[in-house]
Design a protein. Structure first.
Length: 526
């Protein structure tokens, strides 16, 4: 968490070392463009400096000069994370910000913008509106990219931006972000912006009264709409309220410049989902491959119903969940799916951006974990890991969070799910973790009397703890089983003697009064 330092103005522009190049007319035009946009910062608590490109930038990425070098680590470095998505289209001024702090504080953040360096010495609060028109405030180090100054040079180019956090403590090193990510969890990614005259180059309407009846037809059309070539950043607009079936494309197009944006017309709610029943044994049915890499799902009019499917599959670019909603029309507490287990996921594959999203009745490890950032996300009724591995989490909360597995596995005696009793010399062993193909072995004096397969899918024999108990009771010969604590709908492969849930165990004595076996989920919230 960054420290709460004073908010200061009076920030300066520092040109790239080596002096300015280019004709006087071009320099005057840049100065005039910057002056014309300098006053357009009424949404900020303090003045945000407006930055144009360095004099060498010609529209090509990195043509402005050599960006700063991230030093090889020899000591501690500050934490610094982007607060906005990459790949934005710059029609008007674009605000770029970072969160930065260090032990002893941060002296300054230097933004490298195609050769122009802007130093920001103090954080400030930037206030704007979210995708649904609600006011929001974000705390960080900010600059505004001068759209006019870039578009005078090129309205078809690409801008690269880097940010350097300089610590107060001289024993620490600076840290630079804007290069390719070191891992999926480090908060660093290339920051690209595209100067353009329009936010979206083509609009394709979907629904009753629209040009296309289905999502897949509209996405397919976007791939040839530009005189036989793909659009750069198409806008897919739903024009009628209703349920829209999601059929997977063979592959995703990845050559866009900016996001392909899905949005609902004012007053319209587009529910995106699948009609076919969920199939836990058919992994191909879990994902929706939209046909386009780098999608933005904007506004509360976009609602994903995850009842019968799971993840949105992206290949090479992150998605931006921006003010949309995830739900599950089953609508039950924590949304247990087949066998009392969990749906295999929701959200999108890979590390994505999450702004002002709401989720309810959807639960899965990794949905909000390992993301580029998660900001102002509100979740209701959630089971399993939450935001684990996501380094930038701001204004986010979860309500009605199932921590029974945590209590069982970390805080003392596990919660019993199945009690098994047997004759003299009876023991029970389990040979696999919470995975398919496991077995429960019933032994007497070391000799196996029966082996019972532990179901993992709904189509398996003994697919639930209740079914396993029935199989043990049917075996007889002095063996009995009792379901405990209403956990009979869970998978028997999740049974264990202690932490972690679902692990194998060997020769637990169950003679006489018997022994209890737990089944639960361990939890992580970072």
């Amino acid at each position: 968490m960054i420290s709460r330092r004073g908010l200061l103005g009076g920030l300066s522009l520092l040109p790239l070392a080596g002096g300015l190049e280019g004709c006087a007319a071009r320099a005057a035009a840049l100065a005039q463009a910057q002056a014309s946009t300098q006053a357009a910062q009424s949404t900020t608590t303090t003045s945000i400096p407006v930055v144009g490109p360095g004099s060498r930038w010609n529209g090509q990425a990195l043509s402005g000069g050599a960006p700063p070098t991230n030093p090889t680590r020899t000591s501690a470095k500050p934490a610094i994370l982007w607060l906005v998505p990459s790949d934005l289209r710059m029609v008007d001024n674009v605000i770029i910000g970072v969160d930065a702090d260090a032990n002893g504080g941060v002296k300054q953040v230097d933004f490298w913008v195609e050769g122009q360096v802007q130093t920001v010495t103090s954080p400030s609060i930037y206030t704007d509106t979210d995708a649904n028109g609600k006011s929001r405030s974000r705390y960080g180090y900010w600059i505004a990219l001068n759209a006019s100054a870039f578009k005078i040079i090129s309205a078809t180019g690409e801008v690269r931006i880097f940010a350097t956090a300089v610590p107060n403590n001289p024993a620490m090193q600076s840290r630079v972000i804007g290069y390719d990510a070191v891992s999926g969890f480090d908060g660093n990614y290339p920051m690209r912006v595209y100067p353009r005259t329009t936010a979206n180059d083509f609009t394709l309407t979907i629904g009753a009264g629209g040009t296309y009846a289905t999502v897949d037809a509209a996405v397919a059309a976007a791939k040839t709409i530009n005189s036989g070539a793909p659009a750069e950043a198409p806008l897919f607009q739903f024009v009628s309220t209703g349920f829209y079936e999601l059929n997977s494309a063979a592959s995703n197009y990845g050559g866009g410049k900016g996001f392909a944006t899905f949005v609902a017309k004012s007053g319209v709610t587009a529910t995106l989902g699948r009609s076919a029943s969920f199939s836990p044994t058919n992994t191909a049915s879990w994902n929706w491959t939209p046909g386009w890499d780098g999608c933005e799902f904007r506004g509360s009019g976009i609602v994903f119903d995850q009842k019968n499917w799971a993840l949105i599959a992206f290949t090479s670019k992150p998605s931006w969940f921006n003010g949309c909603k995830f739900t599950n029309s089953i609508g039950t507490l924590f949304s247990y799916y087949w066998n009392g287990g969990q749906h295999p996921g929701y959200g999108g594959t890979g590390a994505n951006y999450w702004d002002d999203v709401t989720t309810e009745h959807v639960s899965h490890q990794g949905a909000l974990g390992g993301q580029r950032y998660v900001q102002r996300v509100a979740s209701n009724q959630y089971l399993d890991d939450y935001v684990s591995g996501t380094h930038c989490v701001v204004g986010t909360y979860v309500n009605s969070y199932d921590i029974s597995g945590f209590i069982a596995n970390y805080q003392g005696t596990p919660i019993g799910s199945l009690k098994i009793a047997g004759p003299a010399g009876a023991t029970v062993s389990k040979d696999a973790a919470d995975a398919p193909n496991g077995h429960l072995h019933l032994r007497v004096n070391g000799s196996e009397v029966t082996s019972i397969p532990l179901g993992f899918y709904a189509s398996d024999n003994n697919a639930t703890i209740t079914a396993l108990a029935a199989a043990i009771n049917a075996f007889g010969s002095g063996w009995s089983a009792t379901v405990q604590n209403a956990r009979g709908a869970m998978r028997p492969s999740a049974l264990t003697t202690n932490f972690p849930s679902g692990t194998a165990f060997t020769d637990v004595a169950v003679s006489g009064a018997g022994a209890s076996f737990a089944a639960g989920f361990d939890m992580h919230v970072d």
